[in-house]
Ligand binder design. Structure first.
Ligand SMILES: [Mn+2]
Length: 301
C-alpha cells in the first residue's frame, strides 16, 4: 500500500499481505479476519449482510494506542475480506466458511469472524472441531455472549438458523457453553438448559446487574481452550440498536470490555462478533462491534 493511504474495506491496523510460505508455525498469536455478509434466515430486522463492511469502516475511528487498555495494537492479523456467501442457503454458506476457516487453521492462523447473522458461527466451529484430535469440541469452552439462548433445536422447521445456532454448537459436543447476557428465550429452551445443566451455564442479564464479579471469577477459573461468540444484541439497544433482534435491558460496552480483559491470557481458538445490521456510516452498533474486535486484538498484543 502507498504511504499515506488506507483501505476502508480492511480492518484498521491489519497487515497488508500474507506470505503463506513463511508463516511462523510456532506463533500461536496470528489472527485472520473473515467477513460473512449473510442474512438469509433473519426473522425481524434485516441487514446484517452489511455488517462486515460497516464494522470495518468503523474500525478507523480507533487509534494505534489503546488508551483504556494501555496497549499498542501490534498483534499480527490479516483481513482476508468477505466469504462468497450463498444468499438463501445457510448450509452451503456454513460449509464454505468451514473450508475457508480450515485453511486458515492449517496455516496456523486463528479465525475472527465479522457477521452477518449468527448462524455462520456453525461454519467456524465445525472447522475448529475437525481440527481437534477428538473431532469435536469436547475440550473447548464456548463463551457465548447474547440476549438470546439460540438453543432451540429447530426454528420454524429449520435446523440451520440464527435462532438455533447454539443447539448446532451443542451438537458438536463442547465441554461447556457459558451463556452471558441472556434475557430472551422460550420455555422449551429453558427446559433444555435445565436438562443439560452439566454442560450449559447461564449468566442472565438480570443476575449480572446484581453481580458482575461473579461472572468474572467464573471466567477467570477457566483452564481449557476457549471460543468466544458475541452476538451484538447482548448489548443494550441504547448502545447497539441496529440488530436483527434487539432486546432491552442488556449489557454495557464496559461489561464486554471487562469480559475480554478477564480472558486476555487464555487460549482463545477463535472469536466472532455477529449480527450488526446497518448500512449507515458512523452507526453506533458498528462502532461498538469494531471496538470489541479492536480491544480483543489489542489485548493479544
Ligand atoms: Mn441474539
Amino acid at each position: 500500500m502507498i504511504f499515506g493511504m488506507h483501505e476502508p474495506c480492511k480492518f484498521a491496523f491489519s497487515q497488508e499481505e500474507v506470505d503463506f510460505d513463511n508463516i511462523p508455525q510456532d506463533d500461536d498469536n496470528l489472527w485472520g479476519i473473515i467477513g460473512v455478509p449473510f442474512d438469509s434466515t433473519v426473522s425481524y430486522h434485516v441487514g446484517s449482510r452489511y455488517g462486515p463492511l460497516i464494522v470495518r469502516e468503523a474500525s478507523y475511528s480507533f487509534e494505534y494506542y489503546n488508551t483504556i487498555l494501555n496497549k499498542e495494537m501490534d498483534t499480527v492479523f490479516y483481513d482476508f475480506g468477505d466469504l462468497n456467501a450463498i444468499p438463501g442457503n445457510c448450509k452451503k454458506t456454513c460449509d464454505l466458511l468451514e473450508d475457508v476457516v480450515s485453511d486458515l487453521i492449517n496455516n496456523n492462523i486463528r479465525p475472527i469472524l465479522i457477521g452477518g447473522e449468527h448462524s455462520a458461527t456453525k461454519g467456524i466451529l465445525s472447522a475448529i472441531a475437525n481440527n481437534q484430535e477428538s473431532n469435536d469440541l469436547s475440550d473447548i469452552i464456548i463463551v457465548h455472549v447474547d440476549a438470546h439462548r439460540d438453543i432451540i433445536d429447530d426454528y420454524q422447521g429449520e435446523k440451520d438458523s440464527h435462532a438455533t445456532i447454539m443447539h448446532r454448537v451443542f451438537d458438536l459436543n463442547p465441554k461447556e457453553i457459558i451463556q452471558i447476557g441472556i434475557r430472551s428465550s422460550s420455555l422449551e429452551e429453558e427446559e433444555f438448559v435445565d436438562e443439560h445443566s452439566d454442560k450449559i451455564t447461564s449468566f442472565k442479564a438480570d443476575d449480572l446487574r446484581k453481580s458482575f464479579t461473579y461472572l468474572l471469577n467464573y471466567l477467570e477459573a477457566i483452564d481449557n481452550p476457549i471460543y468466544i461468540s458475541i452476538d451484538m444484541d447482548a448489548l443494550d439497544p441504547a448502545y447497539a440498536p441496529s440488530l436483527g433482534n434487539p432486546v432491552p435491558c442488556g449489557l454495557s460496552p464496559e461489561n464486554i470490555q471487562d469480559i475480554l480483559v478477564c480472558l486476555k491470557d487464555k487460549d482463545i481458538l477463535g472469536f466472532d462478533v455477529m449480527e450488526v445490521a446497518s448500512d449507515r456510516l458512523g452507526d453506533i452498533t458498528a462502532i461498538n462491534a469494531a471496538k470489541i474486535i479492536y480491544d480483543f486484538l489489542s489485548l493479544r498484543s
